[in-house]
Ligand binder design. Structure first.
Ligand SMILES: NC(=O)c1ccc[n+]([C@@H]2O[C@H](COP(=O)([O-])OP(=O)(O)OC[C@H]3O[C@@H](n4cnc5c(N)ncnc54)[C@H](O)[C@@H]3O)[C@@H](O)[C@H]2O)c1
Length: 387
């Protein structure tokens, strides 16, 4: 096999985006598409010159695909993936891999049982700045964690929420900013510093006429006593994407300006113990971090997924790691709705109960105009290479 034959399931805005970007990935071949809306399946199939299906399982049983790329609304990611793994197909799932940790645990078990490749479309992981930050942390340059913070100040209009019946409803989407806009940031956050042990959070619906949250904020506590702050919202401009990782040995700051890194050779803890001067403080030396140029965006993840199948290449974003950011998002929701501090891992049944309550209150959306157009600004956003 020199190419992986891929069927895209859910060919709305993002699914069609994948059909396009796959053209630039020589290890991949788009061989079929599927959408639950027959007219969409037909139009997209004809546009790309491939057979189309309205049922995911029909596409899987067609013999036309080695792998599926799932780009449906989130609730469908786990059941479609499980169907695919049962048939011995590889799976690349859009983010988030599901809505609840209980569901995605089943998906991860099915992946393990099948032995097939399971990837998740967390394309930010391929960005040179995040790769560099990960290497600094893995090389021990940050040392013991002291404090972390993530500020994700984003924006979405009411028109965006009105662009699909499933969007911003408990039944259709299963959450707001935590489920749709923040998962990339939450994934980078948990990938770099791990999941906290305890979360105290609030979620609110402040600026939009929607069922789900348009802002969320949390206080995080880590096993070693470090603490963190997290904000994710879609109610502000200019947008802010700022990550601070402060350790005993070093500090990383990533924002619109790029990546900055300071080394603290003596370590804060040792300096604090040994220094005798009243106003002295540990030296923090700014270090240049050279970023390694590499392919980024959706194509990078699709290529890597195919190369994992073809040549055993290590996955940039393994599917099972998709549970970490979801664990955090579920914990924030549970904490907010039950007004308590939540211990991680989240109690699966307790979260499921909450989700069922919220879904029971969910109302069909009136006046939604399905548009199926994805925002390319996010994926095109480039950061400065060095700082
Ligand atoms: N990685 C990224 O940068 C990125 C960007 C945008 C969206 N996404 C993700 O992609 C997914 C889809 O988002 P979107 O904006 O393209 O939504 P969309 O509404 O534009 O498209 C979803 C499509 O799935 C179809 N569909 C629904 N249920 C289905 C089913 N059971 N089987 C087959 N088709 C089904 C719908 O008819 C629709 O055409 C979401 O999970 C979202 O989080 C990821």
């Amino acid at each position: 096999m020199t190419k992986v034959r891929i069927g895209v399931i859910g060919v709305g805005g993002m699914g069609q985006g994948h059909c396009d970007s796959m053209r630039g990935v020589q290890e991949a071949e788009l061989t079929a598409v599927c959408d639950i809306v027959p007219s969409v399946a037909k139009t997209v199939g004809e546009k790309y010159g491939v057979p189309h299906f309205v049922k995911g399982t029909e596409l899987m049983d067609s013999g036309l695909v080695d792998a599926v790329l799932i780009a449906t609304p989130h609730y469908f990611h786990p059941p479609i993936a499980i169907d695919a793994f049962k048939r011995g197909l590889h799976v690349l799932s859009e983010k988030p891999i599901g809505v609840s940790v209980k569901e995605v645990s089943r998906m991860i078990q099915a992946a393990k049982r099948s032995g097939k490749v399971f990837g998740v479309m967390f394309q930010l992981r391929a960005e040179p700045i995040y790769q560099a930050a990960k290497k600094l942390i893995d090389d021990g340059k940050i040392g013991e964690l002291v404090r972390v913070s993530l500020m994700l100040g984003m924006y979405r209009s009411q028109a965006y929420y009105d662009s699909g019946g499933w969007r911003a409803t408990w039944k259709g989407e299963g959450g707001g900013v935590l489920m749709n806009q923040a998962p990339h940031g939450l994934d980078i956050f948990t990938w770099l510093v791990g999941t906290p042990k305890r979360v105290t959070a609030q979620t609110r619906t402040r600026a939009h006429d929607i069922e789900v949250e348009d802002e969320a904020f949390a206080l995080l506590e880590y096993e070693n006593g470090a603490h963190g702050y997290l904000f994710a919202g879609v109610i502000e401009v200019p947008e802010t994407d700022r990550l601070e990782i402060c350790g005993d040995r070093g500090k990383i700051l990533i924002d619109e300006q790029g990546l900055r890194f300071w080394e603290i050779p003596q370590t804060i803890s040792r300096f604090t113990r040994e220094n005798t001067e009243m106003w002295a403080r540990p030296k923090a030396e700014k270090r240049e971090v050279t970023l390694r140029e590499r392919e980024t965006g959706h194509a990078a993840i699709t290529r890597n997924f195919c190369r994992a199948i073809l040549h055993g290449e290590e996955l940039i974003a393994p599917g099972d790691e998709g549970i970490a950011s979801l664990e955090l998002a579920n914990a924030m929701m549970l904490s907010s709705y039950r007004k308590k501090t939540v211990r991680l891992p989240v109690n699966r049944n307790e979260f499921e109960e909450l989700l069922d309550e919220l879904k029971a209150k969910s109302k069909p959306k009136r006046g939604a105009r399905d548009q199926r157009i994805t925002d390319t600004a996010f994926t095109k956003k480039k950061r400065k290479k060095k700082r």
